[in-house]
Write a protein that binds this ligand. Structure first.
Ligand SMILES: [Zn+2]
Length: 145
């Protein structure tokens, strides 16, 4: 056992460290509160943002609803936003009224008024091509012979 007796105890260092530590803990608690406050603001701003994105892109409702749901829980169990997120996730987007002939890509051409029976149609783009053609002149797809 070493003799710890000293004539000049490091009281200055001790008290400075003690006071500094206490102040640091108090500051830490204060900062935690502030950061939680900041986080709450950020979470709620994000939720409003995602709610606006939800309105702008209703078909992405599952994604934005999930975000809002997660943020509402992380942001202090915000019940209104929680319900909003669940509603966004379960929301069923109604497509706008479709005209009788919706525009479709790569619709195979109807083999109607294109003349001789030797006329073929490109399987890729539906372009009518001559019977001798090996490649579609429109899209370049190799044609089955
Ligand atoms: Zn083609």
């Amino acid at each position: 056992m070493q003799n710890q007796q000293v004539t000049n105890p490091p009281s200055a260092a001790y008290y400075l460290t003690l006071i500094g530590g206490i102040l640091g803990i108090i500051l830490g608690i204060f900062l935690i509160v502030v950061l939680v406050g900041i986080w709450l603001i950020v979470a709620n701003v994000l939720m409003i943002m995602y709610a606006q994105k939800l309105m702008a892109e209703p078909k992405e409702h599952s994604k934005y609803g999930t975000y809002i749901l997660i943020l509402s829980i992380l942001g202090g169990i915000n019940l209104l936003c929680l319900i909003g997120g669940i509603l966004a996730m379960t929301y069923q987007p109604m497509p706008p009224f479709q005209p009788t002939q919706p525009h479709q890509h790569q619709t195979p051409a109807q083999p109607t008024e294109y003349g001789p029976a030797t006329t073929k149609y490109c399987p890729q783009c539906g372009n009518p091509v001559g019977g001798e053609a090996q490649y579609c002149p429109k899209c370049g797809t190799k044609l089955p012979q």
